[in-house]
Write a protein that binds this ligand. Structure first.
Ligand code: GDP
Ligand code: IMO
Ligand code: MG
Length: 440
């Protein structure tokens, strides 16, 4: 059975939650492999809206869901998310598994995140303030505290004392910010430990056994390619490996057991937070797309910056992730645009770039080269097949496909599950033949 990675191709919020939700009925396990509660993956089921942050979106289909070792876990936020799901009738027991090796977000991490942002001034990243960056700093510095440590009070206390002493000095002397008490954190986190213990396990071993027994695993990426710590628009990125390679290291499933990669791309582009954004829109069109696409962060509520579809970014995402196919989302948001631009290349210092430049200053100074097409000025929502789309919308989709060189598998025209077109030659059919019956 195929094991497939679903990855964001832009700067996050591409609609990964919706795409994962559409595919989940055809797999046995869904696993998150990086990021933390900086993610907000929205799934809309009828009138119900769910925003998943640390738990895989597959949980709504009662699939086995794994929080892998590459994720950073805020236990208080995770418990709140679990309780909210249980209140809405979602069954977690027997379906949720949390890696022992996932690192914990501790109370001093959001404090350090905010303090560091405040110090950066105009160079600030615009983080979600969830402490994700500082938690990965501790992981890389080998002073992090892992979920499994919660189950060993003596070890947890020892690591906590060392960390609080170090972080308090940093907060007091560098950032002039309030400090933390070991006793308070210990008390709070030992309560969390009691809550989470039944779900904590060696998830790498479990996943390997499940795969050996013929289960199919979906890896649910968070954030997007351009926010990847190595391949994104550094330093305006998140602190994890958001790209497909992260699926192996962030779960313990070897790369040889991963069979394909599906990218999710919006029919335009958005970005929350700071950093370069060559195809950014401005003026009335930016306001229109932001309003029609409801482009406000699912986690922080911040307005998302909007831009045109950037084929440079997509071609880069194809290369870095080895994308087999792309799910195109939010096509309906462009329904009322009289003219639509596509960024095909960048102009830089008199020359033309056709490959995404991995240089901060070049991206910041690059000018987009646009191709403009006529809008279709008709509704796309409700189309069941590509042929049902307005002719000009079909041409837009075909042109995007041509520019990125990878076939689309799904076209999403609304937040609901059934507002999804399965493309005729969708590679998804090769992986999951039963998709035809559920999407159409
Ligand atoms: P994620 O982080 O990649 O899962 O994306 P988010 O959930 O943060 O943001 C995507 C938003 O667009 C959510 O509010 C979805 O419900 C919504 N959405 C997803 N697909 C479509 C679509 O095709 N059309 C419209 N109009 N909304 C969509
Ligand atoms: P999903 O999974 C969009 C952005 C933040 C900021 C940068 C670093 O819903 O697509 P961080 O808190 O991670 O240190 O912030 O990354 N960011 C996201 N943008 N969608 C997300 O997640 C994001 N998670 C982080 O806005 O620019
Ligand atoms: Mg999101």
């Amino acid at each position: 059975m195929p094991n497939i990675v679903v990855v964001g191709t832009q700067w996050g919020d591409e609609g990964k939650g919706k795409v994962v939700d559409v595919i989940t009925p055809h797999v046995d396990v869904v696993v998150r492999y990086q990021g933390g509660n900086n993610a907000g993956h929205t799934v809309v089921v009828g009138r119900e809206k769910y925003v998943l942050q640390s738990i895989p979106s597959g949980i709504l289909h009662r699939r086995r869901c794994v929080v892998g070792c590459g994720v950073v876990v805020n236990p208080g936020a995770l418990i709140e998310e679990m309780e909210a799901l249980v209140r809405r009738g979602v069954v977690l027991d027997g379906n949720l598994f949390i890696s022992k090796n996932a690192h914990l977000i501790m109370p001093y991490h959001p404090a350090l995140d905010r303090a560091s942002e405040a110090k950066l001034g105009s160079r600030r990243i615009g983080t979600t303030g969830r402490g994700v960056g500082p938690a990965y700093v501790d992981k890389a510095a080998r002073v992090g505290i892992r979920v499994g440590d919660l189950l060993n009070e003596r070890l947890f206390r020892e690591k906590l004392e060392m960390n609080v002493a170090q972080k308090n000095r940093l907060l007091r002397e560098i950032y002039d910010a309030p400090t933390f008490s070991v006793a308070e954190i210990l008390d709070q986190y030992l309560r969390y430990a009691g809550w989470l213990a039944p779900y904590v396990t060696d998830t790498g071993l479990l996943l390997t056994r499940w795969i050996e027994s013929g289960f199919s695993v979906l890896f649910e990426g968070a954030q997007g390619t351009m926010l990847d710590i190595d391949h994104g628009t550094y330093p305006f990125i998140t602190s994890s490996s958001t790209t497909a390679g992260g699926a192996a290291t962030g779960t313990g499933v070897p790369p040889t057991r991963i069979h394909g990669v599906l990218g999710v791309a919006k029919a335009y582009t958005t970005r929350v937070g700071g950093g370069p954004f060559p195809a950014e829109m401005s003026g009335k069109i930016a306001e229109h797309v932001q309003a029609r696409g409801n482009e406000y962060g699912s986690v922080t509520g911040r307005p998302r910056r909007c831009g045109w579809f950037d084929a440079m970014v997509l071609r880069y995402a194809v290369r870095i992730n080895g994308l087999d196919t792309v799910a195109l989302t939010k096509l309906d948001v462009l329904d009322q645009c009289a003219a639509i631009k596509i960024c095909t290349a960048y102009r830089y210092q008199g020359g033309i770039l056709t490959d995404f430049p991995e240089d901060e200053t070049v991206v910041a100074e690059a000018e987009p080269v646009y191709e403009e097409i006529e809008g279709w000025l008709a509704t796309t929502s409700g189309a069941k097949n590509e042929v049902d789309l307005p002719a000009k919308a079909r041409r837009y989709v075909e042109r995007l496909e041509e520019l990125i060189g990878v076939p689309f598998c799904l076209i999403s025209t609304g937040a609901q599950r059934d507002e999804t077109i399965l493309c005729e030659t969708s590679p998804l059919l090769r992986w999951f033949p039963s998709v035809r019956s559920s999407v159409l």
